[in-house]
Design a binder for this molecule. Structure first.
Ligand code: ZN
Length: 318
């Protein structure tokens, strides 16, 4: 599972103050090196082959990998696609459909850019003050709560204070309050969300081109919100909207889905099945096996490729 793959400093643009970016992106040379490493130890497969294997219609090599890219980032057309093409590899690109239909930065990416541009302490202080100004200062307690087990579990790979900040923004604050606060801070400190969105995300032309080249375009929700915070009917509506937009824009192919933030519930899995998605990927970190439910498939993040290859995660094909 990959997200950002780029070398550029996204804040070093005219009008954006040229701040030094601390955005955690995989550098292009590191992406190439990781593909070299994976290819030296395992065989690449594409999603149609994976689907055939999961459905009992084909075998796969004993050790193999499937490349997936989340969030519909422009990086994927600009940097990933040419590298996959030169190597004859086929990837799965999971695109939140709102990035194709609106010119708005997703909350996740506004948070990344605010963190990158301001640094964690200044962003946290700006958030506290924006919440207090909206008479919502009671939410600040989650920034100070040492025992926030949700934050520790979801963001185990982050320092505790950063985990609490991300958990508050992504999981706890009501979405309309979070969006109002993030809109205000983003416009003040980073720039126009609409202008950023135009170069941050894939376009319809990009995804149509990728699909025509044999890559798979999958669903990643419409609004890109964690489903654990949605009601059942909201989950169903979000998944159905994503399915409809992909069907209308790219044709009625069967497609996989990946849960935004890896967050899923039984009703989210059911919503994917009803909407016609044949696979749904989580972020549970291990190798896939054929007995896995096709709607709860595990995945490993690029940052875990080292331990994956050292077989410190469960491997069904020793
Ligand atoms: Zn995502």
């Amino acid at each position: 599972m990959y997200h950002y793959v780029h070398d550029r400093d996204p804040l070093a643009q005219p009008g954006c103050g040229g701040a030094v970016s601390k955005l955690r992106a995989l550098r292009i040379a590191d992406f190439r090196a990781q593909l070299d490493l994976l290819s030296s130890r395992m065989e690449p497969i594409d999603w149609p082959w994976f689907y055939a294997w999961m459905s009992g219609r084909a075998n796969v090599p004993q050790r193999c990998f499937l490349l997936t890219f989340d969030d519909g980032l422009a990086d994927h057309a600009a940097h990933v696609l040419p590298i996959l093409e030169e190597r004859g590899l086929r990837g799965v690109f999971f695109v939140p459909t709102s990035v194709l239909t609106t010119h708005r930065m997703l909350a996740a990416h506004r948070i990344h850019l605010l963190l990158s541009g301001l640094g964690e302490p200044a962003f946290t202080e700006a958030l506290r003050s924006a919440l207090r100004n909206r008479c919502a200062g009671q939410w600040c307690k989650w920034l100070d709560h040492d025992e926030d087990s949700d934050a520790a579990m979801m963001y185990h790979y982050e320092p505790a204070s950063l985990g609490r900040l991300k958990c508050l923004l992504n999981m706890k604050l009501p979405a309309d309050l979070r969006d109002a606060v993030l809109d205000e801070l983003f416009e003040q400190r980073i720039g126009s969300s609409a202008r950023w969105a135009r170069h941050w995300y894939l376009t319809w032309d990009d995804v149509a081109h990728m699909q025509a080249l044999g890559h798979t375009i999958g669903g990643h929700g419409h609004l890109h919100e964690p489903y654990s915070r949605f009601s059942e009917s909201e989950v169903r509506a979000d998944v159905a909207q994503a399915a409809m937009i992909l069907r209308e824009g790219l044709g009625p192919d069967c497609r996989p889905f990946s849960f935004p933030y890896g967050s899923f519930t039984d009703s989210a899995c059911d919503a994917c099945r009803r909407a016609g998605f044949v696979h749904a990927f989580t972020t549970r970190r291990r190798f896939a096996e054929t007995p896995d439910s096709p709607l709860r498939l595990p995945r490993c993040d690029t940052i875990d490729v080292g331990i994956l290859l050292e077989e410190k995660v469960a491997c069904p094909h020793p």
